[in-house]
Design a protein around this ligand. Structure first.
Ligand SMILES: [Ca+2]
Length: 249
């Protein structure tokens, strides 16, 4: 574009810059007719909706703004709606509004539609929330519902507007929260020690868990018995080469 308009630019530099000090205006808007003044659009540089100073009332973008193209329609910013970008979109409410100015704010997370910003201003409650006696949307505690929403090896965690099911600690059979101190019962291989399910050391139990010719090896939640194999080389390191596992008690 610069090359084909070199003559124009030379003419401006040598003859017109005193009379037309704004190069952009003289060159792009008036001479080659590609641009429009800010806040206007289209072949005739029509003014955008809402005026050139605040196209789309400051809440959107005027199609073709500043160019000879476009149709001047507003695409509204997030939260704004309508031909003039003065309305609020779903999930937003007008905190200020007159003929030329509009400020939309987001509804409370508990609302479907609202007249203000708190849970007291909801038109309806979103799923997971319910109206209390004062008409405010409050969280539903799904965790106290009957039947319980989670399976036996999970605990329920209530959250605002929802809930989740979390896996119990491996040391638990059923639980009411996270960790081995929240078990309802201890899983096989664990016993309750002052409220916490703890590994049972089967190797110290009476009667012995392994036979006389075996070594006992305690593991977390289980144990294994290894055959006692007499040392067969000078280092004497080869004992219990093939442990006989008892993983499922
Ligand atoms: Ca909830």
């Amino acid at each position: 574009m610069l090359e084909e308009n070199e003559e124009h630019l030379e003419a401006w530099w040598f003859k017109r810059k005193t009379k037309h000090p704004d190069l952009f205006k003289w060159f792009c808007i008036e001479t080659i007719k590609v641009c429009c003044p800010k806040g206007s659009f289209g072949p005739d540089c029509n003014t955008c909706i809402g005026g050139a100073d605040r196209p789309c009332h400051g809440n959107g973008k005027c199609d073709g703004d500043g160019t000879r193209a476009g149709n001047g329609k507003c695409s509204c910013d997030e939260g704004y709606d309508g031909e003039f970008c003065l309305d609020c979109s779903d999930g937003y409410f007008n905190s200020l509004r007159n003929d030329t100015f509009s400020l939309c704010k987001e509804c409370h997370e508990s609302c479907v539609g609202c007249s203000g910003g708190t849970n007291q201003h909801c038109k309806e409650c979103r799923n997971g929330w319910v109206k209390d006696q004062e008409g405010s949307c409050i969280d539903i505690n799904e965790c106290i519902k009957d039947p319980a929403p989670c399976s036996d090896d999970q605990y329920c965690l209530n959250t605002d507007g929802s809930f989740s099911c979390k896996a119990c600690d491996i040391r638990c059979t059923g639980c009411k929260g996270d960790g081995a101190s929240s078990c309802l019962n201890c899983a096989d291989g664990y016993k309750d020690e002052e409220g916490t399910c703890t590994d049972i050391d089967e190797c110290t139990e009476d009667p012995a868990s392994c036979s006389d010719n075996q070594h006992c090896l305690n593991t977390d939640g289980s144990f294994s018995c290894e055959e006692k194999v007499p040392a067969f080389n000078s280092e004497g390191a080869k004992t219990g080469d093939s442990p006989e596992k008892h993983e499922d008690l």
